[in-house]
Design a protein around this ligand. Structure first.
Ligand code: LLP
Length: 417
């Protein structure tokens, strides 16, 4: 039950007919269900009941202020990868002491920002970064709390673009070098070593890779404790997959059990950084059919949302189910559902069996709440779409559609032209 359901042949989000929102807001727009967001967050959090933990929602999956505020109100923390995400998190009311900062390329100004507000910890991805953070903390007269992001070299069995825990990936530090890293960190005056971190990939649909990663982390913690390096936090990253099509990822309960068993005797606080599993199926993209075009080889349904609005199909060959907002009787068709952009990769679905969608019909691109709007761009000077949140029988535009003025904001023509 995701709160996107048909009632009398019409798709609703909670108690609001989606057609009504489209009439008021225009298309395309992203639409999020408050009840689904809340339920997903709480289900994930409750799965770890009895364990000392902090759920740091991974901002990159969906950074809308309203979405972040909802999680802040539920006691959530935040996993960030940029100064911009830190700014958004603070604006949304996430306490800095619940924010963890990952990413291989933290800049000096971003490090200073995070030090000055006092985040929970930096997840360190290289020795040079460790040294820079130590220097900056010294200048700001702070102590920087850190974890080292370890690359446990496990195969998460997911799309190569989103697997991060393999030796050949740019993320983290391999386990041998990590020990050295911890020794160095322990000597640095302005560094406070408090944790260990790993994140092996995204859209993972089995528990085994998580277990393997955790086992290698446990071995490392024991080794570190032998060296008198205390570890108070284990950050297991994110990565739990969702159902887009016919995948059957483990329920958060099963995922949690496998982690809880493994850390029972470790005396640590657990941090998790879920993104997709919380927001992915809590959001959809609503678009409208502009034209139908029968071709010699294919039938095309041309819609008003393109790869600049939802890039996942073009970038990862990702599957997103497509449903008519008002059910259509009769035979389905097989078609490519494509956007208005001048690239062959601009598709939402290829050779897909869909309802007999005609000019003017509304369609819902499902499972678009994660890595949807956040990855959208102004390519082809297309305006970024609106975002809407529904709660029961109310809806609110949580991000206005851009207008042409926004497109040229900050641009200027030099005097020498
Ligand atoms: N923590 C770290 C350090 C991460 O790099 C990520 C995602 C997460 C947590 C959250 O992972 P999740 O629970 O959402 O799987 N754009 C791609 C996904 C990229 C994921 C990047 N890192 C997509 O659309 O599939």
């Amino acid at each position: 039950m995701h709160h996107f359901n048909y009632r009398d042949n019409e798709l609703y989000c909670e108690d609001v007919p989606i057609k009504l929102i489209a009439e008021k807001v225009g298309t395309p727009f992203y639409l999020y269900s408050h009840a689904t967001l809340k339920r997903h967050f709480l289900t994930f959090n409750d799965a770890f009941d009895g364990v000392d933990r902090l759920i740091c929602f991974s901002a990159k999956a969906n950074t809308n202020l309203a979405v972040l505020k909802l999680f802040a109100d539920l006691g959530g923390g935040l996993d960030i990868v940029s100064g911009g995400e830190l700014y958004r998190g603070l604006k949304a009311g996430i306490p800095p002491e619940k924010i963890v900062y990952s990413g291989v390329g933290k800049r000096k100004d971003e490090i200073d920002y995070a030090l000055s507000v006092g985040i929970l910890m930096f997840n360190i991805e290289s020795l040079e970064e460790l040294e820079l953070i130590n220097d900056r903390a010294g200048l700001l007269k702070k102590k920087a709390p850190v974890a080292i992001r370890v690359n446990p070299d496990v195969d998460p069995k997911t799309h190569p673009y989103i697997s991060t825990g393999l030796e050949k990936n740019k993320f983290g530090i391999d386990t041998d070098a990590a020990i050295e890293g911890y020794k160095i960190a322990g000597e640095l005056k302005n560094i406070d070593v408090i944790g260990i971190d790993c994140h092996i990939g995204s859209q993972i649909t089995e528990v085994e890779p998580f277990k393997d990663a955790l086992n290698s982390i446990k071995t490392l913690i024991n080794e570190l404790r032998g060296l008198n390096i205390g570890i108070k936090y284990i950050d297991m990253g994110g990565g739990l997959g969702i159902t887009y099509d016919d995948e059957s990822p483990p329920h958060p309960g099963e995922y949690a059990r496998s982690i809880i068993q493994a850390i029972e005797d470790m005396h640590v606080k657990l941090i998790l950084e879920p993104g997709r599993v919380i927001v992915g199926n809590a959001g959809i993209l609503v678009a409208k059919v502009l034209y139908r075009k029968p071709g010699k080889a294919k039938e095309f349904v041309i819609v008003d949302a393109g790869m600049n609005d939802l890039v996942r199909p073009a970038l990862y060959d990702a599957f997103h189910a497509i449903k008519p907002v008002v059910e259509i009787e009769g035979e389905q068709i097989v078609a490519d559902v494509v956007g208005p952009i001048c690239e062959t990769g601009d598709f939402l679905a290829v050779d897909r069996r869909v309802a007999d969608l005609r000019q003017g019909d509304l369609l819902a691109v499902m499972s678009a709440g994660a890595y949807g709007f956040v990855m959208s761009s102004n390519y082809c000077s297309r305006l970024k779409v609106a975002e809407v949140m529904v709660r029961d029988d109310r809806f609110h535009v949580i991000r206005a559609r851009q207008n042409y003025e926004h497109l040229i904001e900050g641009e200027s023509i030099p005097p020498f032209l």
